[in-house]
Ligand binder design. Structure first.
Ligand code: SF4
Length: 313
């Protein structure tokens, strides 16, 4: 099958930094318990890898980072690339925990923007996913930060003073601008600061301008990964190409693939390269007439998943 790699794709610099920092921690001989507050990235295989190395992941989607911290009373706590609110930082310090902070520099920049806007007396409409760790981290900065997902939620807000609009780093570039236009109708003087991170932006732009003759685009990524879900959405909405989000090679639908002659492949910023490569090799070797190329079982084990990632954009 003719298979086109859409570039750039896969791990971003924030994920590479988080994984490498935690990998180094795993290699150090320490008797202290180590807990990661939430999933290091939204990828179960990576979480399993660190669990096997003795690093506990505290994951409960119904709990905030602040609530998860109740489960850590000693040792080392790791903050993920999504960032945390000031309250989480203060609580970890008050508990006497050793903090390893892998917050992505792009998320830190977004917190800085929010703090500057607050100093200038703005109320802030923050376009992000409810109950997502990054949104929760920003919301915790001030009760003048209002997290919204839809234009209806923007319209329901009643903000009498200065209003600014910004966003979670991994949202859809295209949705953000539509929402900003709508928000302008409600708040004509709104001050918009686009905080889509560069990694998200260039991955989405690459998908939006994908070869229009592709029959299908496979986005390799975890269903919990915000940026992976948006890549699929961008493929369908912007490039006009059918797309499927798959976690790994085992989720490829052979009957669907038989309808295609040329496909594209991309992956979310938290998808291990080995998982994407296995999907790529499968697609490339696929021959609709040859059943020996239809075996979708994975040959990857947790141990092979985490060759140290290299630098990425
Ligand atoms: S997706 Fe963007 S903000 Fe999130 S970790 Fe990667 S570079 Fe940082």
């Amino acid at each position: 099958m003719e298979t086109i790699k859409i570039k750039p794709r896969g791990y971003c610099h924030g994920v590479v930094n988080a994984i490498n920092t935690i990998s180094e921690l795993a290699e150090k001989s320490t008797t202290k318990p180590i807990a990661i507050l939430g999933m290091v990235i939204h990828n179960k295989q990576v979480v399993d890898y660190f669990t096997a190395k003795g690093i506990q992941t505290l994951h409960d989607p119904s709990k905030t980072r602040l609530e998860l911290l109740d489960e850590v009373d000693e040792g080392i706590v790791v903050f993920t690339a999504h960032g945390v609110s000031p309250q989480v930082y203060a609580k970890a310090e008050a508990k006497g925990l050793e903090i390893i902070d892998t917050t992505c520099t792009d998320v830190t920049k977004s917190h800085d923007v929010v703090n500057e806007l607050l100093e200038q007396d703005y109320d802030i409409i923050f376009i992000g996913k409810h109950n997502h760790p990054e949104s929760d981290g920003v919301k915790g900065i001030s009760d003048r930060v209002h997290v919204v997902e839809t234009i209806d939620e923007i319209e329901q807000l009643n903000l009498p003073g200065k209003v600014a609009l910004t966003n979670q780093t991994t949202m859809s570039l295209y949705d953000i601008y539509l929402l900003a236009e709508k928000a302008k109708e409600r708040y004509p003087h709104i001050h918009f600061v686009d905080e889509i991170c560069n990694a998200t932006r260039i991955r989405q732009e690459a998908v939006a301008s994908a070869d229009p003759t592709l029959d299908h685009i496979y986005v390799v990524g975890d269903r919990m990964s915000n940026n992976s879900r948006h890549l699929r959405h961008v493929a369908i909405e912007q490039a006009g190409i059918p797309a499927t989000l798959i976690e790994n090679v085992t989720e490829i639908d052979i009957e669907q693939l038989k309808q295609c002659t040329k496909v594209g492949i991309t992956s979310g910023a938290s998808t291990p390269t080995q998982v994407t490569n296995e999907v790529y090799e499968f697609l490339r070797n696929f021959d609709p007439e040859d059943p020996s190329t239809h075996d979708t079982s994975t040959k990857l084990s947790t141990d092979t998943l985490l060759d140290r990632p290299r630098k990425h954009v």
